[in-house]
Design a protein around this ligand. Structure first.
Ligand code: ADP
Length: 642
């Protein structure tokens, strides 16, 4: 076993790797960018090396600097985590050339799976079922259109170099093919510098089921499947293992196909073979097709660990250190069921826009496994993936594991930035999901229902009002008392007629829309008349957060600030979220019409086009392409209207 390894990553995955390394007695070296100096992974590691500025290309993607850090600290191996350099074969070669061990597959295995067309061809050859389609070299629009006809509509156009859903277009009828092809190629050329595409049969009501494989370079085993069908915009939201409705026959067929894929490329380490499954009439052993192989540890690996009892990072270290496969296929078995929910800083109603902010309050229940890279007080910056934590639960059955997930989400307390916590909770209560009837279209279909928060109840207003006056900390029980009875005062929350009167030691009466509600402060929260249980919350700068089944964020009203905002300039186009300015289409002096494109902002793998709200003349351009901007940053200003 190694004495010391370097982790070429950050956030939760770096912390998670450090945990397993430490358990094996292996010392760890963290690397960090300048904005990560106080990050959790730096605090947890035995040593840490500053590798550059905040932009990934200036730090976490700088293979040469990371290699130097490994040499300087005497690390013998490098764990890449996921993302960043994890699937970069050139980096693998550089690591090996430097005489160090890359904890992962060979450069050649990564290359074999790097392009979707070559990978499909290789898998078909190895006898792994692939989605029917065309993945040949003839890229002429006529030939591709013919191929689509032959496959039969609907079809999916995919960039061969694709990832993160980019360069992917669904085409329903022949009439839409030419335009979709052009836009897919355009997007692929910009994103990957490679505009080649393949055409695939579009599987209706698809399920995303992937198989965890593990190889030692010659032999391989599988650790069963994960169902990752709950997706929004091709991004996974809640994953589970095993897949609901899985039959022993299909599991055996999928496992065998995945192991065949791993053996075909002499795979070493942890990998995932992703399949698309036709979910229309149950799971059948002939109803799954290879999509792609991810040649690294996957974000959702903890659900596999929960049902198998295997520590996949421990296995990675042992195999990289020269051991053979830690166990045979026969020795692996599934115990119970597990879920993982990904908690993100994001604005769900605004279309899952990534958000930033300081996590003023962060607390998780002890009953769930929490994989996180942040603590209370840490900042979710615009530079990296806005994931806050993975919340993982396990139980003897799917129903129990799901109940535990629901409870863990309700007991998770996060405030300081908007999150998808409420949305995750709504998903755990979705009837179809509860019944195991999942497919990749579930979230999009039921988005309105999943994001419609119920109106604030009177008891929630009352609890928020009590938090606003900080009832629990009120020492003077007679504050607000007068001889003629309680003195009512207004509370600055956006609820008409909300008034509060302190009426006794740590108790108060809140008047909500004419009704009086009693609130009393207790050790662990507030006892509120009409509430389903003890209410927990926090008072933050300018905000009140209520935790629980439906978390709430209420703005504290500051009359002065509101006045100032009322005069805000409507002529300035602001960045709606933190991101990278990809393009600016106008210059000072240009005349624009309402709806004209002014700029493109890239955030969380998505491009957002910002348009002019009215006709006018550009007064100034305040950001340059390539700039990283915060939410609310001014990008383009128009001349004031005459
Ligand atoms: P990327 O590498 O860009 O993420 P993938 O090939 O992994 O693209 O596909 C992403 C998602 O798109 C899948 O998880 C699935 O939901 C959907 N998808 C991919 N191929 C098909 C297909 N042939 N039919 C239906 N849906 C598909």
């Amino acid at each position: 076993m190694f004495d010391k390894i370097l982790i070429a990553n950050r956030g939760e995955i770096a912390c998670r790797i450090i945990r397993s390394a430490r358990a094996l007695g292996v010392r760890t070296v963290a690397v960090y960018s300048s904005v990560d100096a106080a990050a959790l992974h730096v605090a947890l590691a035995d040593e840490a090396v500053l590798i550059g500025g905040p932009a990934p290309r200036d730090s976490y993607l700088r293979g040469d600097v990371i290699l130097q850090a490994a040499r300087d600290t005497g690390a013998q191996a490098i764990h890449p985590g996921y993302g960043f350099l994890s699937e970069n074969p050139d980096f693998v070669e550089a690591v090996e050339k430097a005489g160090l061990v890359f904890i992962g597959p060979s450069a050649q295995a990564i290359r074999a799976m790097g392009l979707k067309d070559a990978a499909k061809a290789l898998m078909a050859e190895a006898g792994v079922p692939v989605v029917p389609g065309y993945h040949g070299p003839d890229q002429s629009p006529e030939h591709l259109a013919q191929a689509a006809e032959a496959i039969g509509y609907p079809v999916l156009i995919k960039a061969v170099a694709g990832g993160g859903g980019k360069g992917m277009r669904l085409v329903e009828t022949p009439a839409g093919f030419a335009a979709a092809l052009e836009s897919a190629k355009g997007e692929a050329a910009t994103a990957f510098g490679n505009d080649a595409v393949l055409i695939e049969k579009y599987i209706l009501q698809p399920r995303h089921i992937e198989v965890q494989v593990f190889g030692d370079g010659t032999d391989a085993v599988h650790l069963f499947e994960r169902d990752c069908s709950l997706q929004r915009r091709h991004q996974k939201v809640i994953e589970e293992a095993p897949a609901p409705g899985m039959t022993p026959q299909m599991r055996a067929a999928m496992g065998e196909a995945a192991v065949r894929a791993a053996r075909a490329i002499g795979y070493a380490g942890a990998g995932t073979v992703e399949f698309i499954v036709d979910g229309r009439d149950g799971l059948r052993p002939d109803g799954f097709w290879f999509m792609e192989m991810n040649t690294r540890l996957q974000v959702e690996h903890p659900v596999t660990e929960a049902i198998t009892g295997v520590d996949l990072v421990e296995w990675q270290l042992r195999v990289a250190a020269g051991e053979g496969l830690p166990c045979t296929q026969d020795a692996l078995a599934i115990t119970g069921h597990a879920f993982e929910a990904r908690l993100y800083a994001e604005d769900v109603p605004a279309g899952f826009l990534p958000a930033t902010g300081r996590l003023a309050h962060l607390d998780f229940p002890a009953e769930a496994r929490i994989d996180t890279g942040v603590r209370a007080g840490d900042e979710i910056s615009p530079w990296y993936d806005p994931m806050i934590a993975k919340i993982i639960t396990h139980g003897p059955s799917r129903a129990v594991a799901l109940k535990r997930l629901e409870a863990a989400l309700a007991a998770s307390e996060v405030a300081g930035c908007v999150t998808n916590l409420e949305f995750l909770g709504a998903l755990t209560r979705h009837a179809g999901f509860r019944a195991g009837a999942v497919d990749t279209g579930l979230i999009a279909r039921d988005l309105a229902e999943l994001t419609s928060a119920p109106e604030l109840a009177a008891w929630e207003w009352a609890a928020a009002a009590a938090l606003a006056i900080d009832l629990a900390a009120l020492d003077d029980p007679l504050a607000g008392f007068s001889l003629s009875g309680p003195v009512w005062q207004s509370v600055g929350l956006d609820c008409d007629g909300l008034r509060i009167a302190v009426t006794g030691p740590r108790a108060t009466r809140v008047c909500v829309a004419g009704h009086e509600i009693t609130v009393a402060a207790q050790m662990d929260g507030l006892r509120v008349e009409g509430a389903p249980g003890l209410v927990r919350g926090a008072r933050l700068e300018g905000q009140i957060a209520l935790f629980g089944t439906v978390p709430r964020l209420l703005a504290l009203r500051d009359p002065l600030a509101r006045q100032a905002q009322g005069g805000a300039n409507a002529d300035i186009v602001l960045a709606p979220m933190p991101g990278l300015v990809k393009a600016i289409f106008v210059a000072a002096g240009d005349t624009v019409r309402a709806g004209d494109r002014l700029a493109v902002l890239e955030a969380m793998k998505m491009e957002h086009t910002l348009v002019a709200a009215r006709d006018g003349c550009v007064a100034e351009v305040l950001a340059a392409p390539g700039a990283q901007v915060e939410a609310g940053a001014a990008l383009v200003g128009l001349e004031p209207e005459a």
